[in-house]
Design a protein around this ligand. Structure first.
Ligand SMILES: [Zn+2]
Ligand SMILES: [Zn+2]
Length: 392
């Protein structure tokens, strides 16, 4: 007997009589009430005769930085252009405006694989923090700016939308290569898109299997391995700190060049207000390379020397609470901004946290850099543990 002859000769109608459910199930009124499109008149509003003006309803749902002028520009088919002249930030629309209204509402609910791991709830406030943190990493660690391109080779994890939103925040163009594709396939797409940064994961779970991608090859031999740059800088720090340890502080002559390390000539990474007697309350600039610290009076710009009203202090907490600049003090890590040169350096307060460390806490507070960058300030100098080719 062949397989074919075993298939019974029944019609669709004969099969249908065995179906258990054939009715339409109407949603409960309570569900309809809270639905976004609960007005039956929507069908009329979006009727063909109202095209394309009816789509302004969608535009009105968004926050625009610059208002649009034309709903749909059809002058150069097939290049249809919607809401021409308008400008918006997708990340702001996805995160910030919800955070200001529903900061504790779940923005992402993620069920990890394996299922034995706890589901994760990421609120809008948490999402805002993580997106800013990652955007700061892209800007200050990878040196990315608006218009640059990056490639993601990521599985279905919360880090993927976080990374996408971070790119959108900076205006960085991203291309997501499906996580199931090989490293070689990802490499080809890196080369095609002209991106110089790849964001990926060493390993992840998929279909019950742990996929180890740590050996992922790249088709681009000149792809920058940013983590190596950090290790090289850390090694240089070890070497220079060891050299600096041979000097006696009182015997080091002051340099003619203000604002640089009197021992090695590097720029300071941050400054710290000492809490320990006998130097309690004194502010010291900290060398990024040899860790030498030298005194500088407080409430003065360490970049241009401006004083008084030109100087203000900001923390992530202040910015998140929409508070303006303030006087010195407050959280353990703040930024000292200058209105004269529009530069800033972090300032650390030992009395708030005895464990603060200028180089490490500068890296740990990169979200502050992003917020200050958005406010129009630039870093006075780089951090050797961040990859900043233009400032080190
Ligand atoms: Zn130095
Ligand atoms: Zn200044």
């Amino acid at each position: 007997m062949t397989t074919e002859s075993r298939i019974p000769d029944v019609s669709e109608a004969q099969i249908e009589v065995h179906w258990r459910e054939e009715d339409y199930i109407a949603p409960p009124p309570k569900f309809v009430e809270q639905a976004n499109a609960n007005d039956p008149a929507i069908l009329d509003r979006f009727a063909e005769r109202n095209f394309p003006d009816c789509f302004t309803e969608y535009a009105d749902l968004l926050a625009w930085d610059e208002p649009w002028q034309t709903v749909l520009d059809t002058s150069n088919p097939p290049f249809w252009r919607w809401f021409t002249g308008g400008k918006l930030n997708a990340c702001y629309n996805c995160v910030d405006r919800h955070r200001s209204r529903d900061r504790n509402k779940a923005a992402l609910l993620w069920v990890p694989e394996p299922e034995s791991e706890q589901p994760q709830t990421i609120t809008y406030q948490e999402l805002y923090r993580r997106v800013n943190e990652f955007a700061a990493l892209l800007r200050y660690h990878c040196g990315l700016k608006t218009g640059d391109r990056v490639t993601f080779h990521l599985p279905m994890v919360p880090e993927l939308p976080i990374a996408m939103l971070a790119c959108a925040r900076l205006g960085v163009i991203h291309s997501q290569v499906f996580g199931g594709f090989s490293g070689t396939a990802a490499g080809g797409r890196i080369a095609d898109s002209g991106s110089r940064v790849l964001i990926t994961m060493d390993a992840y779970h998929r279909n019950g299997t742990l996929i180890d991608g740590s050996g992922k090859p790249s088709a681009r031999n000149d792809a920058i391995v940013i983590s190596v740059a950090t290790v090289v800088m850390a090694a240089l720090q070890v070497h220079w700190v060891a050299l600096a340890a041979h000097f006696v502080a009182d015997e080091v002559k002051a340099l003619d060049v203000p604002g640089v390390c009197p021992l090695c000539g590097s720029l300071p990474v941050a400054s710290m207000v000492c809490a320990l007697p006998p130097y309690q309350g004194y502010r010291y600039l900290h060398c990024a390379l040899c860790a030498t610290e030298w005194h500088m009076v407080r409430v003065q710009c360490s970049q241009c020397g401006a004083v008084g009203k030109n100087i203000a202090y900001h923390s992530v907490e202040d910015v998140a609470a929409d508070k303006g600049p303030s006087e010195e003090g407050g959280p353990a890590v703040r930024a000292e901004t200058c209105e004269q040169c529009h530069a800033y350096r972090k300032i650390l307060y030992q009395e708030k946290d005895t464990g603060v460390e200028p180089v490490a806490d500068d890296v740990a507070s990169v979200a502050l850099d992003l917020l200050l960058g958005e406010a129009g300030y630039h870093r006075a100098s780089g951090n050797p543990l961040l990859w900043l080719p233009n400032t080190i």
